[in-house]
Design a protein around this ligand. Structure first.
Ligand code: PDD
Length: 287
């Protein structure tokens, strides 16, 4: 079955879809994006993802490409046309196409909007959940506004590639004080010796993950305590459990970091319980 993408008002063959060579997303990474999970034919946490899109656009003084309700229609259409029941949609908005100039293009330049969808590999996700994943640590070298979900991800690309070349699946950023920040495309959590969850506050230096926010609701349901406070590399290495969260993976256990085993080297029960409860608690929107 051929894939369909939505680009600037039209549903087109994925293989032929494209944007202008002077698109500011292409030339300056002048754009924002969202990735949202779809499970059992339901969109997970759509409201929170669109709220964050709204915030990212506002922070960069960009316009919505269309009314929010219209965008929801497009998202549903793309998912339906690609028959995605378990997978994700990717949505990107840029400041549009204009003659190359760093300053904003003329008022009224239309934003570029792209929506794609794909199925995820359920087997691969199940394997990562049952075996856990490996991570490496890398020094933070991104700009200060990582709270904005911008498509400027060069540092993240280099970090993930380094992880891959070292036999790991995620790279975890450490700040200049050696405190844990987040993964290249995930938020990082630990379970301490008392069984409490800990994650870095989202006010500064990380992306406020939607999975992270919904996990706060899940933890209440499971009777788990969450401490939002920074933690050190050492606290992470000696934690009872380490796991990472993102819309694409919900909650992957991390069983080794920088070649050293975490706890007994097997996925822990807390992350498993969270994963099992997550879908029931999250908001679900029909396609
Ligand atoms: N990444 N931190 C970073 C740097 C991220 O890129 C992501 C998501 C997260 C988790 O956010 P959420 O729970 O809203 O997915 C945290 C997406 C999945 C990506 O770039 O593919």
């Amino acid at each position: 079955m051929s894939r369909i993408a939505y680009v600037n008002g039209a549903y087109v063959q994925h293989s032929e879809a494209g944007v202008h060579i002077e698109d500011r997303g292409f030339q300056f990474a002048d754009g924002v994006y969202e990735v949202c999970e779809v499970r059992h034919g339901l969109i997970v946490d759509l409201t929170r993802h669109l709220d964050r899109l709204d915030r990212s656009l506002a922070e960069l003084r960009m316009h919505w490409p269309m009314a929010r309700a219209a965008l929801v229609v497009v998202i549903r259409q793309v998912l339906r046309r690609n028959r995605v029941k378990n997978g994700l949609f990717y949505l990107q908005v840029t400041r549009g196409a204009a003659r190359r100039d760093h300053v904003f293009p003329a008022e009224g330049t239309p934003s570029t909007i792209v929506v794609t969808a794909k199925r995820t590999d359920a087997g691969l996700i199940a394997r990562k959940n049952s075996h856990g994943i490996k991570a490496i640590t890398v020094p933070e070298n991104r700009w200060d506004r990582v709270d904005i979900k911008s498509v400027g991800l060069l540092s993240n690309v280099m970090a993930r590639q380094k992880a891959k070349e070292e036999g790991a699946q995620e790279a975890i950023y450490l700040d200049a004080d050696g405190m844990v920040k987040e993964g290249a495309a995930t938020n990082v959590w630990i379970v301490d010796a008392d069984g409490n969850l800990r994650t870095r506050p989202a006010e500064h230096g990380i992306l406020r993950g939607i999975t992270r926010t919904t996990l706060m609701d899940v933890s209440k349901h499971l009777g788990l305590t969450i401490e939002e406070r920074p933690f050190t590399l050492d606290e992470m290495m000696t934690a009872r459990e380490v796991f990472i969260t993102a819309a694409t993976s919900i909650c992957f256990p991390v069983v080794a970091i920088d070649g050293k085993t975490i706890a007994n080297g097997h996925p822990g029960s807390v992350s498993q319980n969270i994963r099992e409860a997550f879908f029931d608690i999250a908001e679900k929107t029909a396609i």
